[in-house]
Design a protein around this ligand. Structure first.
Ligand SMILES: Nc1ncnc2c1ncn2[C@@H]1O[C@H](COP(=O)(O)OP(=O)(O)OP(=O)(O)O)[C@@H](O)[C@H]1O
Ligand SMILES: [Mg+2]
Length: 466
């Protein structure tokens, strides 16, 4: 008789079952049973559940260590060959770490990791597991990346390729080849034969990641795993996947623009919300060293309703142009629309402008967009949004050499923001001459005329004075 290789566990009450039920026989919850692979030794023993040692048995030798007893392993980070990627990883690749890279279809995940693998392979042994594409397909991409003029170095060094989806074969290969870095493209294509569910299902994705993680930690292999995203933009599979890994990166960008943003949303070895900027060109992904230029629109042409802010993504300041258009509505309730800033944040700012400043916006449509397709989610952009809207309403130009930084409170006050000095230094670097900042955060920066304001009404008066 075939031995049981998997069991079903209830997410809600923890009940075990050897077969799948739509409804848990114990807690009666619907769709709560999830398949789970049994460890190989338990399969061999033919047991469906693990047997635990009784806590009341004879005393065992101590297993826990004090911090002093734990050996130091000086961690030298490995440069990936791309400064932008290193920045997002917190300063390079940590040996034995697990990095999950998510992103929309076709955004360039495979391209990024193949370029990184190619660079690393000049100095290290690297294994690229292409579970979604054939070896020929990957080689074709590699040839395009390396043989186009201006592409990466063509010598593939020690870059090994393995077109495989079976987890057991992959684990065995990792163990025998012992690469320093391995790329798995993608986790949704891997298949653990101990489970009956199809590749990409919750249980397959979870089991495969857990097995890979165990091996990576034991053998000190740094793993980069590609994860597909759902329609809502989260990494497909259980949320627990993001808890398992050390670092979660998202690769995002506008399909119609050539730049791509690499963002860290979780990092056990560095700051989160770090941002790396790339551009998709013929030779693959090129690093963008001065990204603010991307988000600054056309500075020659001056139009009413444009204001400039300095957003901060992790430790990276970005100067971004905000554009606003306010016009009489032809509907019973006015339209509000945003691109690149939070919709609810705009509604809040419009309400403050109407109530505290007396700008009658209830019969006007309002559109606000951030140039370059960047998503600015932080409150420090409020002041820029408010000034852009008022400038469009009054048909006035905002000084093109001015940046606005500040959060707007519901009472019409301008509130402090984080990392002001960093933002102002970026503005000076890009040639801005004036800045309006929250009062109480006065900083002197050479070459910048800084105006500190406490209230939104003063900020608007200052910004539209010329
Ligand atoms: N010859 C080419 N010249 C320029 N850009 C190209 C060329 N071929 C492909 N690309 C770009 O590479 C992108 C595909 O990249 P890649 O296959 O790395 O994406 P992916 O995120 O891995 O996609 P998937 O989710 O399908 O695996 C395309 O969207 C395209 O913009
Ligand atoms: Mg791909």
């Amino acid at each position: 008789m075939a031995k049981t290789r998997s069991i079903f566990l209830c997410n809600q009450c923890g009940a075990e079952s050897s077969q799948y039920y739509g409804r848990c026989p114990q807690c009666q919850g619907w769709n709560t049973l999830v398949e789970q692979a049994l460890p190989v030794r338990e399969v061999a023993a033919g047991r469906a559940t693990s047997q635990r040692r009784s806590p009341l048995g004879p005393a065992q030798p101590r297993l826990a260590l004090t911090l002093k007893e734990i050996q130091d392993h000086p961690q030298t980070r490995l440069p990936s060959g791309y400064g932008e990627l290193d920045r997002v990883l917190g300063g390079g690749i940590v040996p034995g770490s697990l990095v999950l890279l998510g992103g929309d279809p076709g955004i360039g995940k495979s391209t990024l990791l193949l370029q990184m693998a190619n660079q690393l392979a000049q100095r290290q042994r690297v294994l690229y597991i292409c579970a979604e594409e054939s070896g020929q397909q990957v080689k074709l991409r590699w040839q395009r990346l390396t043989t186009e003029p201006g592409g990466a170095a063509a010598d593939q060094g020690d870059l090994f390729l393995l077109p495989e989806i079976d987890l057991e074969t992959i684990l065995a290969e990792l163990q025998s080849l012992r690469p320093t870095v391995a790329v798995i493209d993608s986790i949704q294509a891997l298949y653990d034969a101990r489970l009956t569910s199809a590749p990409g299902s919750v249980s397959q994705v979870r089991e495969c990641t857990a097995a890979l993680m165990q091996l990576a930690k034991r053998a000190h292999i740094s793993l980069f795993i590609v994860g597909h995203v759902t329609k809502e933009g989260a990494i497909a599979g259980p949320k627990v996947l993001e808890h398992l890994v050390d670092t979660v990166l998202y690769f995002e960008g506008d399909r119609f623009a050539s730049h791509r943003l690499l963002r860290s949303v979780k990092n056990r070895f560095g700051a989160t919300h770090e941002l790396g900027v790339f551009e998709m060109v013929n030779q693959g992904l090129a690093e963008v060293v001065n990204p603010s230029a991307l988000f600054l629109g056309n500075r020659q042409e001056q139009v009413p309703g444009i204001a400039t802010i300095v957003a901060c993504e992790g430790t990276r300041p970005l100067v971004v142009e905000l554009q606003s258009l306010v016009s009489p509505t032809s509907y019973s309730s006015p339209r509000r629309s945003t691109t690149g800033i939070e919709f609810n944040r705009l509604l809040q700012i419009l309400a403050v402008l109407e109530k505290r400043i007396g700008v009658p916006l209830s019969k006007l449509d309002a559109y606000v967009a951030a140039a370059g397709g960047l998503m600015v989610a932080e409150p420090a952009a409020d002041l820029g949004v408010a000034v852009a809207v008022v400038a469009s309403f009054r048909d006035r130009l905002v000084d093109p050499e001015l940046v606005l930084i500040g959060e707007v409170g519901l009472g019409g006050q301008v509130r402090p923001v984080s990392q002001l000095e960093l933002r102002l230094k970026e503005a000076v670097k890009l040639g801005f001459k004036r800045a309006i900042v929250p009062k109480g955060q006065a900083i002197q920066i050479e070459g910048l005329d800084i105006v500190a304001v406490a209230r939104l009404v003063d900020a608007i008066a200052q910004a539209l004075a010329t």
